[in-house]
Design a protein around this ligand. Structure first.
Ligand code: ATP
Ligand code: MG
Length: 246
């Protein structure tokens, strides 16, 4: 099985080997930090890959159930923990985000990041908690695979994680693989309900990252269906951001 960033996943009887792709070693280490039950148990890390516990694919749940399961995992085991990236590494993160926005996210005013985040509010985050990255253990508990370790252009703020859920609720998985994932017809309504659940200042932040992540998808150009989805979703997120930033 080959992943979007070129990583390969070999599913064995009880364990899974993920190797190749951009930086499997870094991802394996980050999974170890996230640790079970939120993330898969990591058994061994090599330069080019890592072994982890085998989990079960789930595509047959309602979007509400998926969102609920992901938020519960993050809010219980991930977001309460402190960030693991050094302040030094993240020193100029706003500048990095602004530059990336201005270069790669058409229509997004990158300088907004300075108003949205007057203070650093870094937490431990997953970085990519989409529906596609939610799996289940035999005991029925959920776990999130495939995290994205933070970096200056992808800071560890909880609104970045929530924006990944917005991505799923706006039909990213369905656009990618319509035979495996149902269309999320009420996704935008569910996204709004989810966002309203967080404090007021989270709202513009979440729409900002939702738009920003479209730019990341287009920039990474990993697969045509994702890029098409991002090109169509970007103006919707920019409009939402505009509405709340007036
Ligand atoms: N621990 C696991 N147990 C069982 N299957 C797994 C496990 N990890 C990954 N898989 C299978 O491999 C698929 C892709 O895995 P993953 O999400 O890590 O990579 P990706 O999103 O395709 O790639 P990339 O890291 O390039 O974004 C999953 O959807 C799942 O079907
Ligand atoms: Mg994945």
């Amino acid at each position: 099985m080959i992943g979007r960033s070129g990583a390969k996943v070999e599913v064995l009887e009880t364990v899974v080997y993920k190797f190749g792709g951009k930086n499997p070693k870094e991802q394996g280490r980050y999974c170890e930090i996230l640790q079970p039950p939120a993330a898969p148990q990591i058994l061994k890390i090599y330069d080019n890959g890592y072994y982890m516990e085998r989990l079960i694919d789930i595509h047959d749940r309602s979007p509400k159930e998926l969102v609920g399961a992901i938020l519960k995992l993050l809010a219980t085991y991930v977001w309460p923990r402190p960030s693991v990236v050094s302040a030094e590494e993240m020193r100029d993160w706003r500048k990095s985000v602004e530059t990336f926005s201005d270069q790669a996210v058409p229509g997004l005013n990158g300088s907004l990041v300075y108003d949205l985040y007057e203070e650093d509010c870094f937490r431990l985050t997953h970085g990519d908690p989409t529906f596609a990255n939610l799996m289940q253990r035999k005991d029925g508990n959920y776990a999130l695979i495939d995290p994205v370790p933070p970096r200056p252009t992808a800071p560890p703020v909880i609104e970045m994680d929530i924006a990944r859920l917005v991505q799923s609720l706006y039909g990213w998985e369905h656009a990618l693989e319509s035979s495996a994932w149902p269309d999320v017809k009420d996704g935008p309504d569910l996204a709004q309900q989810m966002i309203d659940f967080f404090p007021g200042k989270s709202t513009p932040r979440i729409w900002f990252w939702s738009a920003y992540n479209c730019g990341r998808i287009i920039y990474n150009n990993a697969d045509a269906a994702s890029v098409l989805w991002a090109q169509e979703a970007l103006p919707k997120f920019l409009e939402k951001l505009d509405e709340v930033c007036l």
